[in-house]
Design a protein around this ligand. Structure first.
Ligand SMILES: *Cc1c(COP(=O)(O)O)cnc(C)c1O
Length: 458
């Protein structure tokens, strides 16, 4: 187990609160056993998400001072546009306040009621926007992605046979685009290969289909390609990022992940008509097309963050290998989790961890709550609560993957923070028989994991 040391040093620190077990027991009960409802102040190490939790560099903080807050035509927009064109290679750029705003615009414009949108698994907000536009998500990821113990190196790959089956069933006219994601979040941060993107492009061209990329985690994905895919060891991550995007027609992106900022996102495309239509929509929902719901300074920090993410390979190597180190600590103690380790998080396999709790009693939700009580570490449920209910049957989806996500913010925590977190999780594993299941006391109608409340069963 080797820790790749940080390619930066610490210049500013933020104190965090140490709490007692009794304190945390009360806090989680008050939060309805939902880690989203805990106060951040009451959390010691926050592994809830890597979204917008990045530490910015000195150059990004300096860029904030250079915000051009003009309503129209901000200098920072042009800098951001140039940066996205250079790093990702798309022609046209529309900034949005975060990723889901770009998804909203893309889904409204491209999806008609009755359409089907195939994807390499789903992401919560992506699928919801597809559904709100009248579409139906269709899972076309390889079967291996649904098996937490399968060590396939590219579990984010599409199964083109599944895409073919959908085309045969509904016809290409009812498929507005293929929704492809890099480092598939819900599968455990698993990458897609260049070879698979080649296959996907050929398939799309054959049927006249577009490919739209969820570009949120392309830099992390590129690192895996460099490390694992034959022929890429000598290419830079920056080159591989461009190559990934070149297979697609456009993207939505949350810059709160790879982009190393706390807020920001964008939509990008090579299609002039779609660009024009997107600018009309962004004015309605976000703001003028040269700020899209962001301050000028936010765009400045985002442009700088995107440049830093690919400036050299040291940053992304440290970032992904830090996640891997954390996973290796858990592997050594036999704690069940998704392998290979993903690019941004370690996903505990809650069904294997807590086999005595039925999925209807939300084992992943219960495990995330218990980890907080034991350690003060905040994790997130990614299982039956996140999956929601089937529109037709009203039943919980009961996804094969019932996971607890421990997400590593970028450039924020050190090796000793991760060692502490791993030790606490190993303690929970050793007394796992005592963990109880949960039932809803409040169930929201959409994206229910954010605000649901629970009580313990038995
Ligand atoms: C975070 C995320 C989104 C949504 O982006 P927000 O900025 O949170 O709105 C979309 N897709 C993926 C893969 C993500 O990780």
């Amino acid at each position: 187990m080797k820790y790749v040391p940080e390619p930066f040093r610490i210049k500013t620190v933020e104190p965090i609160k140490m709490t007692t077990r009794e304190f945390r027991q009360d806090a989680i009960r008050e939060a309805g056993y939902n880690t989203f409802l805990l106060k951040s102040e009451d959390v010691y190490i926050d592994l809830l998400t890597d979204s917008g939790t990045n530490a910015m560099s000195d150059a990004q903080w300096a860029a904030l001072q250079l915000g051009d807050e003009a309503y129209a035509g901000s200098r920072n927009f042009y800098d951001l546009e140039r940066t996205i064109q250079e790093v990702y290679g798309y022609k046209h750029v529309v900034p949005t306040h975060q990723g889901r705003a770009a998804e909203h615009i893309m889904s409204r414009l491209l999806i008609k009621p009755g359409d089907f949108v195939p994807g390499n698994m789903y992401f919560t907000t992506t699928r919801l926007h597809q559904e709100l536009a009248g579409g139906t998500f269709n899972d076309a990821i390889i079967d291996e992605a649904h098996d937490p113990s399968c060590t396939h190196p590219f579990k984010g790959n599409f199964d083109v046979k599944k895409l073919q089956a959908l085309v045969d069933k509904v016809g290409p006219k009812r498929i507005p685009y293929i929704s492809a994601a890099t480092c598939v979040n819900m599968a455990g941060g698993q990458p897609i290969s260049i070879a698979n993107l080649h296959e996907l492009r050929a398939f799309a061209d054959k049927h006249g289909l577009k490919i739209m990329l969820d570009n949120t985690r392309t830099v992390e994905n590129a690192y895996f390609i460099q490390k694992r895919e034959a022929g890429f060891a000598n290419k830079s991550v920056k080159q591989i990022v461009r190559e990934i995007c070149s297979f697609t027609d456009g993207c939505t992106s949350s810059a709160k992940k790879d982009g190393l900022v706390n807020i920001g996102g964008f939509l990008a495309t090579n299609d002039e008509d779609f660009f024009v239509a997107s600018k009309e929509q962004v004015v309605i929902y976000e703001g003028l097309h040269t700020y899209g719901g962001l301050a000028g300074r936010d765009m400045a920090a985002m442009a700088q963050g995107i440049r830093e993410s690919v400036a050299n390979d040291d940053y992304i190597k440290y970032r992904v290998e830090q996640v891997n180190f954390f996973g290796d600590l858990l592997s050594a103690a036999g704690v069940p989790h998704v392998v290979p380790h993903g690019g941004h998080a370690i996903f505990l396999d809650a069904r294997a961890f807590l086999p005595h709790i039925d999925q209807e009693q939300f084992p992943a939700q219960a495990l995330a709550a218990e980890i907080y009580v034991e350690t003060g570490v905040r994790a997130m449920e990614r299982g039956n609560v996140s999956a929601g209910r089937n529109k037709e049957t009203g039943q919980n989806y009961r996804p094969k993957l019932e996971l607890v996500r421990l997400t590593i913010p970028r450039r924020v925590y050190t090796q000793s923070h991760l060692e502490y977190a791993a030790e606490g999780i190993i303690n929970v594993f050793q007394k796992r028989d005592c963990v109880k299941g949960l039932r809803f006391t409040f169930e929201p109608s959409a994206l229910r994991f954010f605000q649901a409340r629970f009580e313990t069963v038995g």
